[in-house]
Design a protein around this ligand. Structure first.
Ligand SMILES: Nc1ncnc2c1ncn2[C@@H]1O[C@H](COP(=O)(O)OP(=O)(O)OP(=O)(O)O)[C@@H](O)[C@H]1O
Length: 517
């Protein structure tokens, strides 16, 4: 019996709808009141239960998402699942000899230090007495190699979920040893894990002993000797450690360490990283690496099976890594603001949006609002219509935050001016940019969305620019308004509404006055 592992949504942002819980829901990844050990125990019990459900058998199934969107490959085996972004499942390893082939990208026998390293890895495997790859290793090792090899077409996100004891950690170690370039002295891989660093160290030492790599281990949350740790980090080709320990050392060495040759960030035991509340640290490590890498960072995430209700947490982890933002934190923030925001929907063709907004402004009082628009033609049209000589200038006065514009006048200064007390502008027109949607803007109680493009989670991000007073107790000083989120959508995008409602646990209402189509 092959189990399905095909989330209902496949976008890289994981923004599409899925149930039962949204990845942005407050529970995803949050620290529960239960203790760490209890949580881990419960997680393991659930994983064991999940493992038991998966009776051993030989069948497997492969799915590939529609090529028109982006290609995500899902491979479902009975006791493990695999998901690869922008790629196909690699050929399975039937024997260890094929590991050398995978590592060399198909070239038969390699000469030089690389070939030597590959052959010594083979010898080390023999010394372990592992006659052939386990079923999981047959798939997982080539996956790790596929993501970590020094080639431009390496896979951006590889996720592997398997029952305990099948060979996840050894696959990670084998994949790293087969992919690392010994001749490159600087850092190539960063591996974070809350609990499996010891196992990884054991495997990397034992399997790599004939042709060692410089690996620095930072297994504890806080460094015991930061100077020594910094020294080791500066010499490392691979860093393995606890997310907090790795972040501490990377931050301490920020000025000296070269991160440009880092190729991949790998997470072992991701479900535990989430359950123990370390996502923020992982995100910070990710942000730091992403800032300095020469080629886009790839991700390899290994996890044991989790209860179905925590699966969205793994998807939120993917969103967090790919977008370099902590989507768990976002979920909590949106959750706090949700109660005080009313969500209205106007479904008319985009040509009518500016006119409808102008009519609305004539009919009711709209406090300061941020107007989000990610469609370039619409953005330019709105910018023109709202300028002092534009069609709607009488009713809709716009400040523009246009980072793509040439002049400073047109650029980010628009946002600054809009935030100032004396600004006469009603609306700030902007694209969905992190500097706007992560910042609470004073006196902004309305958010207007001119459509929502590919990434539905941005709907929640945009709400975060509402005045922070909305997050305070109702009736508190200075809160005279409910927050309003007004979404304009083309009538053809009906399912977007349902997806957003499910994702954020909200309900859209029509505007209480007609005349908008
Ligand atoms: N190819 C192989 N042949 C035989 N035994 C193997 C092979 N690969 C790994 N093992 C053994 O299987 C056990 C589990 O391996 P590993 O630690 O990689 O699994 P894991 O999935 O990470 O386990 P856990 O989830 O419990 O940490 C280890 O004792 C290891 O020595």
């Amino acid at each position: 019996m092959a189990l399905e592992f095909k989330p209902s949504s496949r976008s890289s942002s994981e923004a599409g709808s899925r149930s039962p819980r949204s990845p942005l829901s407050p529970r995803a990844g949050g620290r529960s009141a239960r203790g760490k050990a209890a949580r881990r125990g419960a997680g393991r019990a659930a994983a064991r239960e999940s493992d038991r459900d998966r009776a051993p058998s030989v069948s497997s199934s492969v799915h590939s998402s529609q090529p028109s969107r982006e290609s995500t490959c899902y491979v479902n085996f009975d006791r493990f699942d695999l998901q690869i972004e922008n790629g196909r499942a690699p050929t399975k390893l039937v024997s260890w000899d094929q590991l050398l082939l995978a590592a060399s990208g198909g070239a038969a026998e390699r000469a030089g230090p690389r070939g030597e390293a590959e052959r010594s890895l083979r010898q080390a495997i023999d010394s372990f007495g592992w006659q052939a790859p386990t079923k999981l290793q047959a798939v997982a090792v080539p996956c790790v190699v596929q993501a970590c090899r020094d080639i431009p077409e390496a896979k951006s996100y590889t996720f592997l979920q398997a029952a305990g004891g099948l060979g996840k950690t050894s696959s990670l170690a084998l994949g790293l040893l087969a992919s690392a370039r010994r001749e490159v002295c600087s850092l190539q891989f960063v591996v974070v894990s809350a609990n499996t660093c010891e196992d990884l160290e054991r495997y990397l030492n034992a399997l790599g002993f004939l042709c060692p790599l410089e690996v620095a281990y930072f297994k504890s949350e806080v460094s015991q000797d930061l100077d020594a740790d910094m020294d080791r980090a500066l010499r490392a080709q691979i860093i393995v450690g606890h997310p907090a320990g790795v972040l501490e050392v990377l931050e301490a060495t920020r000025e000296q360490i070269s991160l440009s040759s880092v190729r991949a960030l790998l997470l072992d035991d991701a479900s535990e990283v989430i359950a123990d509340g370390w996502v923020q640290k992982v995100c910070e490590v990710n942000q730091m690496l992403s800032l300095f890498v020469a080629t886009p960072l790839r991700y390899v995430v290994l996890s044991s099976f989790v209860e179905s209700e925590t699966k969205p947490a793994l998807r939120a982890l993917k969103s967090s890594l790919m977008s370099k933002k902590n989507m768990f934190d976002l979920a909590q923030q949106v959750g706090r603001i949700k109660k005080f925001v009313k969500h209205y929907l106007v479904q008319i063709e985009p040509e009518g949006w500016m006119k409808a907004l102008s009519q609305l402004q004539d009919m009711i009082y709209i406090p300061k609002a941020v107007l989000f628009c990610d469609s370039e033609p619409l953005f330019q049209r709105a910018k023109l219509a709202g300028n002092p000589r534009g069609e709607w200038a009488r009713t809709v006065s716009l400040s523009v935050n246009d980072s793509a514009a040439q002049t400073l006048q047109d650029g980010g200064s628009g946002a600054l001016a809009f935030c100032k007390e004396q600004s006469q502008k009603d609306f700030l027109l902007t694209r969905s940019e992190p500097n706007i949607f992560q910042a609470s803007l004073p006196r902004v109680f309305w958010v207007v969305h001119f459509g929502i493009e590919a990434n539905l989670s941005w709907y929640g991000c945009r709400l975060l620019c509402l005045d922070s007073k909305l997050r305070e107790q109702r009736g508190g000083k200075g809160v005279q308004h409910d927050g309003v989120s007004l979404l304009f959508l083309p009538p053809s995008q009906r399912d977007t509404v349902q997806k957003l409602e499910r994702m954020f646990g909200i309900h859209f209402e029509p505007l209480p006055f007609g005349g908008f189509g």
